[in-house]
Ligand binder design. Structure first.
Ligand code: NAD
Ligand code: TYD
Length: 343
């Protein structure tokens, strides 16, 4: 298969590209990434170097924006791409609270540009990577299924829900073969240290206070990133156009439990836990019903949370240079501003 993967230098995109090219060495991946603060070309540099100079390389990196019509059209044509997998996004809820504009421009308008290019070039599959956050928040009971009404609460989730609706319109109006996947919170290697698990690892390692929003009772359904990537590959190869598939990890954990587990694994004291001002509009609980993907795609999470968390913490321990290198000045400024206000 010949794929345009967008946002492949981010957390999930990096894991996806590594996974599919290992499983399918005959596939071709063109990775279009704008390299925002969250994108790191070095993640896949070894692959890029290995392929450089080949007549028909199976991995090509292109620095650019998903909103660039001429660029996307030319890539689809030049590389004879059959499918698009759209990971590119502004992905952090806290940043979307600070400034929603880039979320609408990339997550909605950028996605619409990709859909339009895919339509113009007759792409055979378009997989839109969405999130459980489009469904809003759950109380103590129940799960989200694919028919749960969209009810996003943050600018981030509103932008992702908007993109889902535009995808639906492209399917209904133009017959574009769009598939939407909605997944719960991922964890694993290469996650940017603004998200809960790598952030808490970093803080704990340095002996800094761990900022817990509200009471720390919010629940997320954690999935190993490799399992999400496998689900996306299944949706791409076996999914039915027009369908939505939920993926989850069957691992609901309260934030405080996750944080305590990280402190324990690193041998750090619980006194580092610091309760800070809550995130506005903070969703209480997410939990996924992924029985449709299990039934129709043969999807099943492979790793339990405790094993996956141990592997993740080991990865961050072994890759402290990576962690250090992604913390740019812009990152540090955002962190100071955001957490400064919450203290
Ligand atoms: P990330 O922030 O780590 O990576 C996003 C990537 O997109 C970066 O490489 C960035 O440079 C690139 N990008 C941003 N704007 C771009 C643009 N205009 N043009 C081209 N590239 C651009 O995000 P992630 O955690 O890897 O998430 C990937 C996708 O999965 C997102 O669509 C996100 O909404 C979705 N998702 C994430 C999670 C999660 O837990 N992380 C869960 C469900 C769904
Ligand atoms: P996050 O990793 O930002 O993912 P999302 O908001 O997309 O679920 O946050 C996961 C949970 O951790 C969420 O309930 C917010 C909470 N959290 C904190 O308590 N402190 C923090 O510093 C961060 C970043 C998140």
């Amino acid at each position: 298969m010949r794929l345009l993967v967008t946002g492949g230098c981010g957390f999930i995109g990096t894991n996806f590209i590594q996974g599919v090219l290992t499983a399918h060495p005959d596939w071709v991946v063109v990775n279009l990434d704008r390299l925002t603060y969250a994108g790191n070309r070095h993640n896949l540099l070894a692959l890029e170097r290995e392929q450089a100079g080949r007549a028909d390389p199976n991995y090509v990196f292109v620095h650019g924006d998903i909103g660039d019509r001429a660029l996307v059209l030319s890539l689809l044509e030049e590389h004879r791409l059959e499918a698009v997998v759209n990971f590119a996004a502004e992905s952090h809820v806290d940043r979307s609270i600070n400034d929603p504009a880039p979320f609408l421009s990339t997550n909605v308008m950028g996605a619409q540009n990709l859909l339009e290019c895919a339509r113009l070039r007759g792409v055979k599959r378009f997989v839109q990577i969405s999130t459980d956050e489009v469904y809003g928040s759950l109380g103590a009971y129940g799960t989200f299924n694919e028919s749960t009404p969209l009810s996003p609460n943050s600018p981030y989730s509103a932008s992702k829900a908007s993109a889902d609706l535009v995808c639906r319109a492209y399917r209904e109006t133009y017959g574009l073969p769009v598939i939407i996947t909605r997944c719960s919170n991922n964890y694993g290697p290469y996650q940017f240290p603004e998200k809960l698990i790598p952030l808490m690892f970093l803080k704990a390692k340095n002996g800094d206070p761990l900022p817990v929003y509200g009471q720390g009772t919010n629940v997320r359904d954690w999935i190993w990133v490799g399992d999400h990537c496998k689900g996306v590959e299944l949706a791409l190869t076996r999914g039915a156009p027009g369908q939505v598939y939920n993926f989850g990890g069957a691992a609901e954990r309260a934030n405080l439990d996750v944080i305590r587990a990280i402190l324990k694994a690193l041998g750090k004291p619980e006194s580092l836990i610091t309760f800070v001002k809550d995130r506005p509009g903070h969703d209480q609980r997410y939990a996924m019903d992924f029985s449709k993907a299990a039934r129709e795609l043969d999807f099943a999470p492979s790793l339990d949370f405790e094993t996956g968390l141990a592997q993740t913490l080991n990865w961050y321990r072994d890759n402290s240079a990576w962690l250090e290198s992604v913390q740019s000045g812009a990152y540090r400024r955002f962190m100071d501003e955001w957490y400064g206000e919450r203290a």
